[in-house]
Design a protein around this ligand. Structure first.
Ligand SMILES: [Zn+2]
Length: 302
């Protein structure tokens, strides 16, 4: 059932290479508390876990769909814990959509219409952004507790610390397990796409700082949410450097086009983050434009 184990930490790799909308999850077998970290590995995998082992708590690293999607499977038996900053998004879907940047682009009316369609299950067909998925409704709306940042906790012979690592979202937490010397880096994920800071609460500078701070830990192993491998520190360091360089490459491209006189919408067509064909999806187009603006604002401050 588990793909890797380090002591009381059990790793469940996400389906389909842990690519979005799946994610790697942890099962924490503390003597006192049995907990799942994120709920995005896949319905089958998490149903199998639920059938065989107790899950008393679900810790969510942040509010994004691919990390919370299967939370509903555990709602009856487990408490749902979030970081304190992202909790309001998990409690209120309308707030979540605002924080992730969609309301900024579409406006309140279109968001209200979307929510009504979702609630009436009127949205058919799949899109790259998961805005048609019913799990939005099933897996949000409840937070039973918030975990503090930076304070050592113990689930029973299983100490851990939730680290505040803003940038991807304002509240995202990475997990540090000092005994096993393992870091769960959540969406500092080392994917080919590069760092994702496209929501309204995403921050390019904070992302970089948070990612680099993970190297300061006396860690041996790193696990990201979207790479199904346990990485050594050297490997994580090597891949992180390349991954963060993607920010610089995209930054240069955007600035070059801006200096040529292109507007934000015209730069978006170039598909610097998402290819233009995906931008027929209004959420994807919103993120593309919002992110171009972030880069331009960053350049203004340089
Ligand atoms: Zn995320």
């Amino acid at each position: 059932m588990f793909d890797r184990e380090k002591g009381r930490i059990k790793v469940i790799f996400g389906e389909r290479g842990a690519n979005f909308p799946y994610s790697n999850n942890l099962y924490l077998e503390g003597k006192e508390v049995k907990a799942l970290v994120d709920a995005g590995a896949g319905e089958e995998k998490l149903q199998a876990l639920k059938a065989r082992l107790p899950v008393e708590r679900v810790y969510l690293t942040h509010y994004h769909f691919d990390h919370v999607v299967y939370t509903y499977l555990f709602k009856e038996q487990a408490e749902i814990w979030s970081n304190p900053i992202d909790a309001p998004n998990l409690l209120d879907l309308r707030q979540l959509v605002r924080t992730i940047g969609i309301t900024w682009a579409l406006g309140e009316e279109k968001v209200a219409a979307w929510l009504a369609d979702l609630q009436a299950d009127r949205i058919k067909g799949q899109s790259l952004a998961p805005w048609g998925r019913q799990e939005w409704l099933w897996s949000t709306g409840r937070v039973d507790g918030t975990y503090p940042y930076g304070e050592p906790m113990d689930l029973g012979d299983l100490p851990l610390v939730f680290l505040h690592t803003p940038g991807h979202t304002a509240g995202m937490a990475c997990l540090w397990f000092p005994e096993e010397k393992l870091v769960f880096t959540a969406d500092v994920d080392l994917t080919e796409f590069g760092p994702w800071y496209m929501g309204e609460d995403g921050d390019i500078t904070a992302y970089r700082q948070s990612a680099l701070a993970l190297l300061e830990l006396p860690a041996k192993y790193y696990l990201t949410s979207h790479v199904p491998e346990l990485l050594s520190k050297d490997e994580f360091y090597r891949r992180l450097k390349e991954y963060l360089q993607i920010i610089d490459h995209k930054h240069e491209k955007i600035l070059t086009l801006w200096r040529q006189g292109l507007s934000v919408a015209e730069i978006a067509v170039q598909g610097i983050f998402y290819p233009a064909r995906f931008q027929v999806d209004p959420w994807i187009n919103a993120w593309e434009q919002l992110t171009i603006r972030k880069h331009l604002q960053l350049a203004e401050g340089e």
